[in-house]
Unconditional design. Sequence first.
Length: 69
Amino acid sequence: MKSDKFVKELRDQSLESLQEQLVTAKKELFNLRFQNATNQLDNTCRIKDVRKNIARIQTLITEKSKADA
């Protein structure tokens, strides 16, 4: 599945890289919400995908920080 491949790629990354991706994903989510509010967004399911990706990234950040501690 697509999400399995995404998670495998995330697991190989460092903690700093994950945090950078988290910031990028949050910016993308903000932009998507803004486009949705102004009726410029065609693919509204993209919001759901980005939210799930943010949760995946946050989960991996938590796992890696607990493993280091």
